[in-house]
Design a protein. Structure first.
Length: 230
């Protein structure tokens, strides 16, 4: 699977042009429109990967890319709320607790106990937010893959299908491989960004990442065409 991901973009007949376009879009992704177009391409790449295609797709039908990218953004954002909402609540709780403790008599036993209690509560809630963030980072790509395969927004929120595919060995291995690719090759691309070429490397790395997510999810759920193996 990792080898297929590495050569997925390279096998495309117009991989140089695709990489150039993707790198430019990555460079401009701080702007809304290029970023959404880029997300739309990743949807197309996931669909191709899930269907067992050996070569990455091209940048064609930009209107469709924009629509798909917008949908993928919605799916990703909603699943990210699993971690964002608790993080906001944590900030509010800590803020209220800090204010309450500061209002107590300085140096009093009650104030000291309140400070310790606030610290413990903050630690527990912080760990909870971390776990939920990790969970969102794990399940979110599976939701995106299911949306890409099915082609409709509702599939991105089909909780039963998404969870049944996410909590499998096939998807777990693919997710871990994607993590390694992101950390190792993404780090190299980040360093090379200082000389612009890194943005093209980062695009290549992301195509690999989305390929792995989609292949892992497709293997786990039996969706798309049968894969050619790991």
């Amino acid at each position: 699977m990792l080898s297929d991901a590495l050569w997925f973009l390279k096998r495309s007949d117009d991989w140089v042009a695709t990489t150039i376009i993707g790198g430019v879009l990555w460079l401009l992704s701080v702007l809304i429109f290029p970023g959404i177009i880029l997300q739309g391409y990743f949807v197309r790449a996931m669909r191709a990967a899930a269907n067992g295609e050996q070569a990455a797709p091209s940048f064609t039908d930009w209107g469709e890319l924009f629509v798909d990218g917008l949908k993928l953004f919605v799916v990703t954002f909603v699943w990210a709320l699993v971690a964002i909402v608790p993080a906001i609540l944590l900030s509010v709780i800590i803020g209220i607790g800090t204010f309450t403790v500061s209002e107590a008599a300085t140096g009093s036993a009650a104030s000291s106990a309140g400070g310790v209690g606030l610290g413990i509560a903050s630690l527990v809630l912080g760990l909870l937010v971390f776990v939920l963030g990790l969970l969102a980072a794990y399940i979110g790509p599976a939701a995106g893959a299911n949306f890409a395969i099915e082609g409709n927004l509702g599939a991105g929120f089909d909780v039963r299908t998404i969870l049944s595919g996410a909590f499998t060995g096939e998807y777990a291995v693919a997710w871990l491989l994607a993590l390694v690719v992101t950390v190792v090759l993404g780090f190299i691309g980040g360093l090379l960004s200082a000389i612009v070429v890194g943005f093209f490397v980062l695009f290549y790395v992301q195509v690999m990442t989305y390929y792995l997510w989609a292949r892992g999810f497709a293997d786990a759920t039996g969706k798309g065409r049968q894969s050619t193996g790991w």
